[in-house]
Ligand binder design. Structure first.
Ligand code: DX5
Ligand code: ZN
Length: 221
């Protein structure tokens, strides 16, 4: 299994001070920035796009930016995000008409690629793409909003994805997104995750360093 990564979701940051907040969580020990793109069409909320990703790069954010696309259609926004400095681009299986093509497009643009699964989306979409993906993003809440409660059924699904990844023999990250906190991160890791998205559990704390350290502490036990 790969080393644990903590990925604060800037969905829960103060949008008026995005650059400052992204650099603050990185200085506090985060490994990457999770960038939630919502389009008020695939999901019932609206956030930010490639221009904001580019603005973070121009502000001086050097860490990986993990772009989680909750948009439909998927393909036409991919080149823009690659140019804007995305490191990884993931999209929801049901949002793309041609999953293999979308994955290929992401790779052609020089980014890591991955598929996202909603809590009730079956894993069979992975059957023929394990040789292409760099990451699987499992939603542990329904996408659209921060601050929701972790859906316990997801733990079983994490185990199933872990088995598929191990069987593939490839280095594929298993990222879990939604309702991750100090209280459940150890259990999520035990089920097989190696990358943890946390929005409200980090940004709602006054001390980011302490919030991230507490998560790492849980991961060590
Ligand atoms: C939900 C987003 C998540 C969200 C997580 O659609 O994909 O990344 O920001 O927020 P928390 O950690 O508060 O559940
Ligand atoms: Zn997300």
């Amino acid at each position: 299994k790969m080393p644990y990564h903590i990925a604060p979701s800037i969905l829960s940051a103060d949008f008026a001070r995005l650059g400052e907040q992204a650099s603050a969580v990185l200085a506090a020990g985060a490994d990457q920035i999770h960038f939630d793109v919502m389009d008020n069409h695939y999901v019932p909320n609206l956030t930010f796009g490639p221009m904001v990703c580019q603005a973070l790069r121009q502000y001086g954010i050097r860490a990986p930016i993990d772009v989680h696309l909750m948009v439909k259609p998927v393909d036409r926004i991919i080149p823009d995000f690659a140019k804007a400095g995305a490191s990884t681009i993931t999209f929801h299986a049901e949002a793309s008409e041609h999953i293999d093509r979308s994955l290929q497009l992401i790779k052609e643009h020089g980014c890591r690629c991955g598929l996202v699964f909603n809590p009730a989306t079956p894993l069979h979409y992975l059957d023929y793409v394990m040789d292409k993906i760099d990451q699987v993003l499992l939603m542990s809440v329904n996408p659209g909003f921060g601050g929701q409660v972790f859906i316990p059924m997801t733990l079983e699904k994490i185990k199933q994805v872990r088995q598929r990844i191990d069987a593939s023999g490839r280095e594929i990250r298993l990222e879990v997104d939604g309702g991750v906190s100090c209280a459940n991160i150890a259990q999520i890791a035990k089920a097989g995750a190696d990358t943890f998205v946390a929005g409200s559990a980090i940004f709602n704390q006054s001390d980011y360093r302490q919030a991230i350290a507490a998560m790492r502490q849980e991961l060590e036990t």
